[in-house]
Design a protein around this ligand. Structure first.
Ligand code: AGP
Length: 621
């Protein structure tokens, strides 16, 4: 998704801006741009479609330098992926970078065109630059009319006048080359963070984009407007009142390298055993689950809870769907799961004593955040964020939180974030279960299974070569079906999502029992079907579904428990998975599906870490 980095300093900031853009790359983008006020006071701008590297080469070749500037990675929403649509957008001396969406941009565009502004892009963002410029011109015209001096309008005041005209969600940074001593930023739905050193201030959409020297940061709150100079930071809240926000220690950036791996996704996939160990650390004794970190108020909430509502997007939604089976079967508590973008507009009825769980890797997903904010006036017992990013908005705005500690996930396609979410959810299920009559022995069974999970996962990763061979067979196919039953149905959905996003293949997931209600019509030799076949209480039912598929000329690829007696059939290929505890099975069956999508994408030559059109952190609705 779009990324922002801007700086004003007593030194040249171009290096900081380019390095910041490189650190924002993982979020997914399609073009990048940079604007800087040079030593002559001229506003210089360079934009490029494609990688940050291409922009960096162009900026270096042009020898751009300056003390005040901004840069942006764009993830197209309004207008195609072209250079003219890349940010920053200009209006005379004004330059703007924008994350988010301006919903009333058409109306504003029309009004600005009537005032004589000529648009050079198809974006919603360009209106902001022209509006700021218009406010400055209005001010000068009014002063001239009054016959007084024509002191220019402060950039901050011009921006303050523009804000009420904008509808939508945005994080913006504005620069005026006529006064390159400051930058102005506004947060309204899209995160912004400010970093400082003794002689510089930076603003970014992600703290990891800030220069490493900036160890103290301030997260802007909703509606905040910030003005930064090289030495000063001034903040106003959403009512325009001066406000002070706390400086906090910047998170320490992990060493981000692919190491021996070809892609971040591959590395993250292989990191899952250690990521799970981190998720479990301090939360699992030899025989008990310990979530005392939640505190007394949360514990009280858990005690009162009679219903769980999970809200999430994408992969996190799939984790929620898996957890629903656990909440109901293990903790004996009713649970509903909903996609955040539906939940927020559906006017949902809240069950009595319902606990809201918001699940997110990034903690910045716009729809999930909006659902959380909406829930705050709906009468939930409380909100609990399960998140991988401790400093995220979701964590800050929820009543309680649990961090997955998966470590930074750079690949756009979620891997370790998903499996660690499942682990954390299972810990919560067991905790809730204990409050609702689950016996100590049952808790201990979960504990034992979780203790062995990292090693089990290492075992599953050894299937790498077998899955690669399977991928070789599947790579010519144009579409694929994934089938599972029970708790493995959402795992099949996650497998299909991985294939869609990585290999750009249409892939659908079905509950095996649902096939006869329509999807069977799709079955022929051209439709490979990946079947998840664990050894559980549904094995026999699944066996019948497999026979139905074979009987209709289907081409089947089974990921099957080694204990199952799989029927011989020429159209049936299978990979044996080791026997495992049923509760661990959805977590472990995920691994071969991740590997499958990875290898098919690799063989197709797709951009694995940054699949086309996608973003890591989806900060627009
Ligand atoms: C995962 O592979 C996807 N890239 C995507 O579905 C993701 O899970 C979704 O956008 C939600 O993100 P979040 O977990 O950061 O909220």
């Amino acid at each position: 998704m779009c990324g922002i980095i801007a700086a004003v300093a007593q030194r040249d900031v171009v290096g900081w801006l380019l390095a910041g853009l490189a650190r924002l790359e993982y979020r997914g983008y399609d073009s990048a741009g940079l604007a800087i006020v040079d030593s002559q006071g001229k506003l210089q701008r360079i934009r490029r479609v494609g990688k940050v590297q291409t922009l960096t080469a162009a900026v270096q070749q042009a020898g751009l330098q300056g003390h005040c500037g901004m840069a942006h990675t764009r993830w197209a929403t309004h207008g195609p992926l072209t250079e003219v649509n890349a940010h920053p957008h200009l209006s005379q001396s004004i330059a703007v970078v924008h994350n988010g969406i301006i919903e009333n941009h058409q109306i504003l565009r029309g009004q600005l065109q009537q005032r004589g502004y000529r648009f050079t892009s198809a974006t919603d963002s360009e209106v902001i630059a022209h509006l700021v410029h218009w406010e400055q011109q209005q001010h000068l015209a009014q002063q001239a009319e009054g016959g007084g001096s024509t002191a220019p309008l402060k950039l901050r005041t011009a921006v303050q006048r523009v804000i009420p005209q904008l509808q939508g969600s945005y994080g913006i940074v504005v620069l005026d080359s006529q006064d390159p001593t400051c930058l102005v930023a506004v947060r309204c739905g899209s995160p912004l963070v400010i970093g400082c050193s003794e002689t510089a201030h930076c603003i970014a959409s992600d703290q990891f984009a800030l220069p490493a020297v900036m160890r103290q940061v301030i997260f802007l709150q909703e509606g905040d407007l910030a003005e930064i100079t090289d030495q000063q930071l001034t903040l106003w809240d959403h009512r325009g009142q001066p406000v002070v926000r706390p400086w906090v220690e910047a998170a320490v950036e992990e060493h981000l390298s692919k190491g021996a791996y070809q892609h971040y996704m591959q590395k993250e996939l292989y990191e899952q055993p250690s990521a799970i160990r981190r998720t479990l650390a301090g939360r699992l004794t030899a025989d008990r689950i310990d979530l005392s970190e939640l505190g007394e108020r949360a514990e009280h909430c858990l005690q009162q809870a009679q219903h769980v509502q999970i809200v999430a997007c994408g992969t996190a939604y799939h984790a929620g769907l898996v957890a629903r089976y656990w909440f109901e079967a293990v903790a004996k508590i009713p649970c509903d799961v909903e996609i955040a973008s539906e939940f927020r507009y559906r006017q949902p009825m809240v069950r009595q004593n319902s606990l809201l769980i918001v699940l997110s890797q990034s903690g910045e997903t716009a729809d999930t955040l909006a659902a959380l904010r909406l829930s705050q006036s709906m009468g939930y017992l409380g909100s609990l964020a399960l998140c991988n990013n401790a400093g995220s908005t979701l964590v800050r705005e929820s009543d309680f939180s649990l961090i997955t500690h998966a470590g930074r996930e750079i690949g756009v396609a979620s891997t370790k974030a998903f499996t660690t979410q499942l682990v954390l959810l299972l810990l919560l299920v067991a905790r809730l279960g204990r409050l609702r009559g689950m016996t100590l022995q049952q808790e201990q069974a979960v504990v034992v299974a979780l203790h062995t999970l990292p090693e089990r996962m290492e075992q599953l990763l050894q299937l790498d070569k077998a899955v690669e061979a399977l991928a070789t067979q599947l790579v010519p196919d144009r579409h694929m079906m994934f089938v599972g039953r029970g708790v493995h149905y959402p795992v099949a959905m996650e497998g299909a999502l991985k294939l869609k996003e990585l290999a750009y293949l249409p892939a659908e997931a079905y509950a095996a029992g649902e096939l006869k209600h329509g999807p069977l019509a799709l079955i022929d030799a051209q439709m490979p079907v990946i079947v998840l076949a664990p050894c559980d209480e549904l094995s026999e039912k699944l066996q019948s579904n497999i026979e139905e598929l074979c009987a209709r000329g289907g081409r089947l690829y089974l990921l099957a428990d080694e204990r199952l007696a799989i029927m011989e059939h020429p159209a049936l290929t299978w990979i044996a998975l080791p026997a495992m505890e049923p509760l661990m099975s959805p977590i472990l069956y995920t691994v071969p599906l991740q590997l499958l999508a990875y290898y098919i994408a690799l063989m197709k030559g797709a951009d694995i870490d940054q699949p086309r059109h996608l973003a890591k952190s989806v900060t627009v609705e």
